[in-house]
Design a protein around this ligand. Structure first.
Ligand SMILES: *Cc1c(COP(=O)(O)O)cnc(C)c1O
Length: 300
């Protein structure tokens, strides 16, 4: 809705990270624009130093993803965007409540998208999403777009789609919104326990001083990821890989002509990342059990 409302379409290019969930790619493809990937850094977010090398005269926007609930380096990204007259749109699906230099995810660039899917920190027991923007024109046009392109009850200004959130889900979201800070703090607390105890055994996220992530996921890196995951599974600890197949190597992306080796940092991370159990209801003793099993594996 955001990309379409900004007028992005065929002949345009949008730059994003190749290590995200598939949505980030298909929303660009859906507009007819070309998806242009840019590799990530150690923080698993788009690496600003690399962005200018993929900007062309067709580039219209940069779409950083705040992966795992860590906000991308928005100041550097905005500086590049301003220099080249590009829109910045945040994929803040994993980052509700996350801060960067004291500013909340969703307050950067022209607009941001949040997901209320059941796996996200703030969810509505079903599907839903939120767009934030400070641009009044964009606000009005997205509201029309998600409601059939209707300007009012009877007048259709352009052919839109139906992407309204229904009242029941919205009501649940409004109630949960009151608790999200508390839940996010528990995500942070667990992440801190993992960080403190696992640092030195596996690669843990190293934060910059201005970051205040929400840890939608806590990802570690380990060269024997499969071995570690199997060992944990044998000890009744479920882990997941988010995500094993980078976007540029997805079958859906084959027409774009990317190949293995194009985004080495993304690909190396995809082979070694592992998401540990993390949700507000997880008890301290359960967290310590996970830590114990991981350190046991590493010591052996
Ligand atoms: C979950 C997620 C989405 C998609 O959210 P939906 O609510 O399923 O549309 C997009 N981007 C990222 C990074 C996500 O994690």
């Amino acid at each position: 809705l955001s990309l379409l409302s900004l007028g992005i379409g065929p002949d345009d290019e949008v730059i994003t990270a190749p290590n995200s969930f598939v949505t980030t790619a298909w929303i660009i493809a859906r507009t007819g624009a070309r998806i242009v990937f840019c590799d990530v850094g150690n923080d698993m977010n788009i690496k600003p130093d690399l962005i200018e090398s993929v900007i062309s005269e067709r580039t219209k926007a940069i779409l950083p993803v705040h992966l795992t609930g860590r906000v991308a380096d928005m100041d550097s990204i905005q500086t590049i965007a301003d220099k080249h007259n590009l829109f910045v749109l945040e994929d803040a699906a994993q980052a509700v409540g996350a801060c960067y230099k004291g500013k909340k995810a969703g307050s950067f660039g022209v607009c941001a998208g949040f997901s209320l899917h059941p796996l996200k920190n703030l969810h509505v027991h079903g599907d839903g999403g939120v767009i934030t923007t400070n641009d009044p024109d964009l606000y009005v046009s997205i509201k029309k777009y998600r409601n059939h392109g209707l300007k009012n009850r009877d007048e259709c200004e352009f052919w839109g789609i139906n992407s309204r959130m229904d009242a029941v889900h919205a009501g649940i979201g409004n109630i949960k919104l009151k608790y999200i800070d508390k839940w996010n703090n528990r995500y942070r607390e667990i992440a801190q326990m993992y960080t403190k105890s696992l640092n030195g055994y596996v690669n843990v996220p190293i934060l910059k001083e201005y970051e205040e992530p929400v840890f939608h996921r806590f990802m570690i890196l380990h060269p024997d990821r499969e071995g570690l995951q199997g060992f944990l599974a044998n000890n009744d600890i479920e882990t997941k890989v988010n995500y094993p197949i980078p976007l540029h190597l997805q079958p859906a992306a084959k027409d774009l002509g990317y190949k293995k080796g194009d985004y080495p940092v993304t690909e190396e991370q995809a082979d070694t990342i592992l998401s540990l159990p993390l949700y507000p209801e997880l008890r301290d003793d359960q967290v310590y059990y996970v830590i114990e099993k991981i350190t046991q594996f590493c010591k052996n």
